[in-house]
Design a binder for this molecule. Structure first.
Ligand code: CO
Length: 204
């Protein structure tokens, strides 16, 4: 069976299964979505957002790109953020990175990767900002793991500094921004404890 036939078949079985368990699931969900979380994650196929946090359709609003970046001029990501925060009124924004991120790794290997190098430059900015800390690592795997964490932390700051989040906080919206990192080795998510819920906490 070819791949597409297979996924269509998987889909039929999945939809039937859900309908069997809760017959009005799709009817209800088709009327509106009310996710409480905006998830910004890496496009990596090994980090499927809904699956790793065991949430169903309608529960996560998702944006993914290479290396879970929030770039101030990226209209795609900013549009997702604006819609999620202003229209859906999510209460949480999660930036989720992962150890062993190919994008983070490629940003450090000094090889030519073509177009994607323009995107990866943003991670090089992160490594430059944190050069002093990163230089203390002798072990290159540990250094890369730390850069994956630092990248999440920087993207959390970028989310918080965006006019969308600043405006939401100014208008009194209940909104927290979190940084998490996922381990491909054991499937466990770790909180990087960089949660911000106000401009004041960001300044600290
Ligand atoms: Co990745």
């Amino acid at each position: 069976m070819n791949t597409i036939t297979q996924i269509l078949e998987n889909n039929r079985a999945w939809a039937q299964n859900i309908q069997k368990e809760s017959p009005d699931f799709f009817t209800q969900l088709s009327k509106q979505q009310t996710p409480e979380i905006l998830w910004i994650g890496c496009a990596d196929s090994r980090v499927p957002p809904n699956q790793i946090v065991n949430l169903g359709p309608g529960e996560l609003f998702v944006h993914r790109n290479i290396a879970n970046m929030v770039v101030h001029s990226d209209l795609n990501c900013l549009s997702v953020m604006q819609y999620a925060i202003e229209v859906l009124k999510v209460k949480h924004v999660v930036v989720c990175g992962h150890y062993g991120c190919g994008g983070v790794k490629a940003s450090q290997d000094k090889q030519d990767h073509g177009l994607i190098d323009n995107w990866l430059r943003h991670i090089q900015d992160v490594s430059r900002i944190h050069a002093a800390e990163l230089e203390t690592f002798d072990d290159s795997d540990k250094k890369l793991a730390r850069l994956c964490e630092l990248n999440v932390i920087e993207q959390v700051t970028n989310v918080c500094q965006s006019p969308i989040v600043q405006q939401a906080w100014k208008s009194g919206a209940e909104l927290s921004v979190h940084g998490l990192i996922y381990s491909l080795q054991n499937g466990v998510l770790h909180d990087l404890n960089v949660t911000h819920s106000s401009p004041e906490s960001l300044e600290k």
